[in-house]
Design a protein around this ligand. Structure first.
Ligand code: FES
Length: 157
């Protein structure tokens, strides 16, 4: 008995990837199917009302923090911060891109961690270092003004 009508499992997976996010799988058809980590989310431009969320002096170079900020809906939300150097602070949404749990700085590693299913994110750009999450954390624009960290929270998750 032949199975002409049965597409190979690999074909189905590649077709699914093409319909979903083509960036997630590479090299369908050339013998490789290694997962590719999606690039970091773009940093939106600083627009609207920025919020002073902490004194810059409270966040040492290399440190991570969670602060509270006001979302455009009016809700108070946790925002993740990372200070890569003297002149910059990066800000991310704390909404896990896997199933929406809260990502925190409570981690055994120097990263952002989601305790729901164990996803890890790189503080330098929000990309995933360990799944099950695949997509990077959403980013917020930041500024340092009068020795305060200013975050521009947007509607992004
Ligand atoms: S919701 Fe974060 S790892 Fe599943």
């Amino acid at each position: 008995m032949t199975d002409f009508a049965q597409p190979a499992r690999r074909t189905v997976m590649c077709a699914s990837a093409a319909l979903g996010s083509a960036a997630l799988l590479t090299a369908c058809g050339d013998g490789h199917s290694e997962a590719q980590v999606p690039e970091a989310s773009p940093v939106p431009s600083a627009s609207g009302n920025g919020q002073a969320v902490m004194d810059l002096a409270e966040l040492e170079v290399g440190a991570r923090a969670t602060v509270q900020a006001k979302h455009p809906t009016g809700a108070e939300i946790p925002v993740l911060l990372f200070r890569p150097d003297e002149k910059n602070v990066l800000a991310y949404s704390s909404v896990c891109t896997h199933q929406g749990c809260v990502v925190t700085t409570k981690s055994t590693q120097e990263d952002f961690f989601c305790a729901c299913h164990g996803s890890r994110f790189k503080p330098a750009d929000g990309t995933v270092t360990d799944g099950p999450a695949i997509a990077p954390l959403a980013r917020y624009a930041t500024e340092i003004k009068n020795d305060k960290v200013i975050v521009f929270v947007t509607d992004s998750k």
